[in-house]
Design a protein around this ligand. Structure first.
Ligand SMILES: Cc1cc2nc3c(=O)[nH]c(=O)nc-3n(C[C@H](O)[C@H](O)[C@H](O)COP(=O)(O)O)c2cc1C
Length: 439
């Protein structure tokens, strides 16, 4: 598990706007328009690279979220353009865009991701989501989002098409013989002829593969459809797991689903749970920080999220009573919300957590509130079980605590032999220990 003999722990940073604390923009020193400024993404990517992270992730819900009166939109800029600029200002760190297979066309998305992959010289990834927020539908002229099974069926076909488009130009297709005038070998350029249930694409991709061959695919769904999609197409998953038991159960389901699809050239899928970090220089300072960031408006939004996941109006939730999420509520809600988040919530309900406890922990992700050692201890505890391959980190206010994490937590992880001391290559596939695909 040490970095010199293998890739070890994998770390990414997720950027849901200024951070997971919704009123981050109101903190002193934070530019309220920061997420609309490309320098924000460049700054995060540079810090991630200084911390030897695998990648920077952008979350995405392409719809005007009605909390606009009190907070900026989470991903304010187009993620491809923002990360393309970050790519030009960094050399190693991976750049992963979340984009929906439900509301995009495969040709456009395949092209944008390949472009990011070429611009970054093999550092691009795509977090495939199917969109769960109903607000996304009217943005794209839809009456509503299709049911989850259909979204996953569409996603699977979407990924097949994208893979075909990405594989149009084999790595050795371009011979570029200036004397003979032969640019590419005919049998190494393969357009696709796809007529499926949802898409018809006849033609080919325009962009030759980057240094990593194909971009890295991430997936974030935990229902049967999500697991199947991950097993068939993904290299890594981004999952909600608030306890090691939830993570173990997920790992087993993922391994079971993947077994049929994996070959020696195609290893198992990496699992990276979300981890919300509230960091202070000591544990006490971190607790004080969490209290400070617990204002009414931000907690209200967390309560709304909880209400949506439980299917109970927010006004009916007693903050100090244990949340109720029994098997019949679970069955009723699994089609309505993310099953991964629901599973995590259920494990908290089973432990008797109150709504206030859930809100304090961040409604859906594992969270840690502590000084550098406590944060490093939790990462080590989870990673050393072999259940997870790393974490996708979220910070309450990225501009306040991401640098301290890199300065104070990363060195502890390195000293313990868990995390790399230098990048071993330049591509995202190399950081993640993934093979370069063959044609
Ligand atoms: C950690 C995590 C992050 C996610 N981020 C996004 C996102 O940024 N945009 C989005 O549309 N969906 C996002 N999703 C939703 C998933 O892609 C998926 O649509 C949802 O989890 C429902 O699928 P499931 O029931 O299979 O879990 C996320 C899910 C998880 C677990």
């Amino acid at each position: 598990m040490t970095t010199e003999s293998g890739p070890g722990l994998h770390l990414g940073i997720n950027c849901p706007g200024h951070g997971s604390y919704r009123h981050a923009w109101r903190r002193p020193g934070i530019d309220p328009l920061g997420t609309a400024d490309p320098d924000f993404y460049v700054r995060i990517a540079r810090t991630a690279e200084r911390g030897l992270f695998d990648a920077v992730f952008t979350a995405d819900v392409p719809a005007l979220t009605p909390t606009w009166e009190h907070q900026p939109q989470r991903m304010t800029l187009d993620p491809f353009l923002a990360l393309s600029i970050a790519a030009r200002e960094t050399e190693f760190v991976g750049l992963v865009v979340t984009a929906s297979s439900t509301v995009n066309h495969p040709f456009n998305l395949a092209r944008s991701i390949s472009t990011l992959d070429r611009i970054s010289h093999g550092r691009a990834g795509w977090n495939v989501v199917t969109s769960y927020n109903p607000l996304v539908a009217p943005t794209y002229g839809l009456d509503g989002l299709p049911p989850k099974e259909q979204r996953y069926a569409r996603a699977s076909e979407f990924l097949e098409v994208v893979d075909g488009l990405w594989r149009t130009w084999a790595p050795d297709a371009i011979v570029a013989n200036k004397q003979s005038g032969l640019y590419a070998t005919a049998d190494r350029v393969r357009p696709i002829d796809h007529d499926g249930e949802f898409y018809s694409v006849h033609g080919g991709g325009l962009i030759p593969p980057s240094e990593q061959g194909l971009p890295v695919i991430f997936q974030a769904g935990a229902s049967a459809g999500g697991l199947e999609l991950a097993a068939t197409h993904a290299d890594a998953t981004f999952v909600s797991a608030v306890s090691l038991d939830v993570a173990r159960e997920y790992r087993q389901s993922l391994d079971r689903a993947s077994a049929a699809h994996r070959t020696p050239g195609r290893p198992g899928v990496l699992a990276l749970p979300g981890l919300t970090v509230t960091l202070g220089s000591t544990d006490e300072e971190a607790e004080r920080r969490r209290d400070e960031l617990s204002d009414a408006g931000a907690d209200d939004e967390a309560l709304q999220m909880l209400s949506q996941r439980l299917g109970v109006p927010a006004a009916e939730i007693d903050l100090d009573a244990p949340i109720v999420l029994n098997d019949s509520i679970f069955e009723g809600q699994r089609g309505e919300t993310s099953e991964g988040f629901l599973r995590s919530l259920k494990s908290q309900a089973d432990e008797g957590a109150t709504a206030r406890d859930v809100i304090r922990r961040g409604v859906g992700h594992l969270s840690v509130i502590g000084g550098p050692k406590k944060v490093a201890d939790l990462i080590e505890e989870w990673f050393s079980t072999g259940t997870v391959d790393g974490f996708n980190l979220m910070f309450d206010v990225i501009d306040e605590t991401f640098d301290p994490f890199v300065d104070e937590v990363v060195p502890i992880l390195q000293e313990r032999g868990l995390f790399r001391k230098q990048y071993r290559g330049r591509t995202l596939r190399e950081h993640m220990g993934l093979p370069i695909p063959t044609w």
